[in-house]
Design a binder for this molecule. Structure first.
Ligand code: 0WD
Length: 261
C-alpha cells in the first residue's frame, strides 16, 4: 500500500548517495510522493541531479540555508517546481571539524555561531520562508541525534546545536498546530555519512552500537526513511512536537552489558 500518493515533499540535505536525506527521499518516493530535492551548491550539484534522475519526476533546487536570499529564492521557486508542500524534511548540519573533538570549552564564538546557524536556526529559517507554501496538515521532519540530550564524547558542539533544534521542534509544533501542521524529529542512530565522519572517533561509535543496542545492529538510511514515511503520512495525524528514535533501541539502555569486551 502506498501511503503518500498525491503528497509533495521537499527534502533538504541530499549531498550524495550515502546521505540520510537520500534514504528518506527514496522511501517517500517509493510511497508515491512527488519530490523536490534541495542541495547546498555547485559542489554537490552533479551527484544530486544523478539521484533525482533515479527518482522519476523529481526536481532539484539549489538552496544554502545560511543565506536569506537563497531561502527567499527557494520560496519563489517552489510553487512552479513542486506546488504546495505537504512534507518538509530538514536533514542539514555543519560544524567545524575542530569543534567535533576535544573540549567543548575550547569552542570559538565564531564556530558556535556557524554550527548553530546552519544546524539549528536553519529549521526556523526554512519554516519561516516556506510557511505560506505549506499545505494545511503538512508534516515537517528534522533529523537529530542522541547527543542533544546525553553526553556523547566528541559530538560536542553538534550536541548543543541539536538541543536547540529539538527545542525548535516543540515550539514550531505549537506555532503551526492551528493549521494542523505537525513538526517532529527523528533521532537516528549513527550512520556512516560524510558529516558523521567529521565526528572524532565515529568508527568506534559504529562498532559499539551492535554490542549494546537491544536489536544488536546499526541502523540504515532505509530504517530512517521508513520512520519518515510514517511521520509524513496521515497514519501519524495526531503526532507532533516530539522526537522519535530510530536507533535499534540504543537510547533506552541505562547501562552497557556487563560482558562488553
Ligand atoms: O550518524 C549520522 N550520520 C547521523 C546524522 C545520526 C543522527 C542524525 N544525523 C543528522 C545530521 O546531523 C544531519 O542533520 O542527519 C542529518 C543529515 O546528515 P548526514 O546524512 O549524516 O550527512 P550528509 O550526507 O553530509 O548531509 C548533511 C548535509 C551536507 O552535506 P555535506 O557532506 O555536503 O556537508 O547538510 C547539507 C550538506 O549538503 N548542508 C547544507 N545545506 C544547505 N545549506 C548546508 C547549508 N548551508 N550546510 C550543510
Amino acid at each position: 500500500m502506498k501511503l503518500l500518493e498525491g503528497k509533495r515533499a521537499m527534502v533538504t540535505g541530499v549531498a550524495n548517495r550515502w546521505s540520510i536525506a537520500t534514504g528518506v527521499a527514496r522511501a517517500l518516493h517509493g510511497h508515491g510522493a512527488r519530490l523536490a530535492l534541495t542541495y547546498q551548491g555547485e559542489r554537490v550539484r552533479d551527484e544530486v541531479e544523478k539521484l533525482a534522475a533515479e527518482l522519476g519526476g523529481t526536481s532539484t533546487i539549489e538552496c544554502d540555508v545560511s543565506s536569506d536570499a537563497s531561502l527567499s529564492a527557494l520560496a519563489e521557486t517552489i510553487p512552479e517546481r513542486l506546488g504546495s508542500i505537504d512534507i518538509l524534511v530538514h536533514s542539514i548540519a555543519f560544524a567545524n571539524k575542530e569543534d567535533l573533538a576535544g573540549k567543548v570549552y575550547d569552542t570559538s564564538r565564531s564556530g558556535f555561531a556557524l554550527a548553530l546557524d546552519v544546524s539549528a536556526f536553519s529549521l526556523v529559517a526554512l519554516v519561516s520562508a516556506l510557511r505560506d507554501r505549506f499545505a494545511d496538515r503538512a508534516s515537517v521532519i528534522a533529523l537529530t541525534y542522541l547527543g542533544a540530550t546525553r553526553i556523547v564524547p566528541n559530538y560536542n558542539l553538534m550536541g548543543i546545536a541539536k538541543a536547540a533544534l529539538e527545542s525548535e521542534i516543540r515550539y514550531l509544533a505549537y506555532d503551526l498546530g492551528d493549521r494542523g501542521i505537525r513538526v517532529n524529529g527523528i533521532s537516528a542512530g549513527p550512520i556512516k555519512t560524510a558529516s558523521a565522519r567529521q565526528v572524532g572517533g565515529f568508527t568506534k561509535i559504529l562498532d559499539l552500537v551492535p554490542k549494546v543496542a537491544p536489536l544488536h545492529r546499526n541502523v540504515s538510511t532505509e530504517d530512517v526513511g521508513n520512520m519518515a514515511v510514517f511521520l509524513a503520512s496521515d497514519l501519524s495525524s495526531a503526532v507532533t512536537g516530539d522526537v522519535h528514535f530510530v536507533d535499534a533501541g540504543f537510547h533506552s539502555m541505562g547501562m552497557f552489558p556487563p560482558d562488553l569486551g
